[in-house]
Design a protein around this ligand. Structure first.
Ligand code: F6R
Length: 243
């Protein structure tokens, strides 16, 4: 696992954008795994700028998102489909029919089959990840067991609290989500994890221990042969990580 210390959020976003740009230039028609949340927003803005001003070309790129809330229509302002359109896809020259975010509404079994079929048929060149305060990856919540493939998760109270900032009331936060499984994430050829903010507990378990702990799913990243973690210096200081 390669760890890069970033000066701040902007630096982390630039370094991450450099990595994604290199992947796109090396393989202009590859499939990229994407995440929502605050961690990759700066990277999406920087990649959008490079598309606009430097002709970084997304026209043949395919994407698959990590997860989607169960029960939210794609046009709901807190759905992950909406998030991706607003924060990224509307600002780059991607063909939206090449972007996949699991459907949050309709027959759950059908939606999961569609999600798993897409994952089975496509090799993810690089998977972008954020980390939950509880150590989740995608919405693979801590527990005694982790799941291989795409499935429905019951969100932890700490995840609901963390995501409540985007909703009017805490009660409006969906309790369930569809997510890639840990196996799906580990099968990506490369992982790119962005860590900043209030993730001290999870970052400590990932960077300062030697355990693979299903109660902190992010620790499994250590098993991946081509994983890059970018951590903001301020968080590294809090947990005492020196590199
Ligand atoms: C988002 C996702 C989540 C987030 C994580 C961190 O698609 O799968 O695992 O990456 O909850 O969220 P932020 O970046 O908002 O701190």
């Amino acid at each position: 696992m390669k760890v890069i210390l970033a000066k701040d959020y902007a630096d982390m976003s630039n370094i991450a954008a450099d990595i994604i740009e290199d992947v796109i230039k090396a393989k202009p028609s590859c499939t990229i795994g994407l995440a929502t949340g605050s961690s990759p927003v700066g990277m999406y803005q920087e990649l959008s700028r490079r598309c606009r001003e430097e002709n970084l070309d997304f026209s043949k790129i395919h994407t698959i998102n990590l997860d989607e809330y169960v029960g939210l229509e794609p046009n709901h302002d807190q759905s992950y489909r909406h998030f991706m359109d607003e924060n990224f896809f509307n600002h780059i020259n991607i063909d939206k029919s090449n972007t996949f975010v699991a459907k949050g509404v309709g027959d759950p079994e059908k939606n999961l089959k569609e999600f798993n079929d897409i994952l089975d048929k496509n090799e993810i060149e690089i998977q972008v990840l954020g980390i939950g305060p509880d150590g989740h990856l995608g919405f693979n919540e801590p527990g005694d067991v982790l799941y291989d493939k795409a499935h429905q998760e019951h969100l932890d109270e700490s995840t609901i609290s963390a995501n409540a900032r985007f909703f009017k009331n805490r009660e409006d936060v969906p309790k369930y989500a569809f997510t890639m499984g840990m196996g799906d994430i580990m099968r990506a050829k490369r992982l790119l994890l962005l860590i900043g903010g209030n993730k001290a507990e999870a970052a400590t378990k990932l960077l300062m221990t030697n355990t693979l702990d299903p109660h902190c799913p992010a620790t499994f990243i250590r098993m991946h042969r081509n994983a890059t973690v970018i951590i903001e210096q301020s968080l590294a200081d809090v947990i005492g990580y020196k590199g």
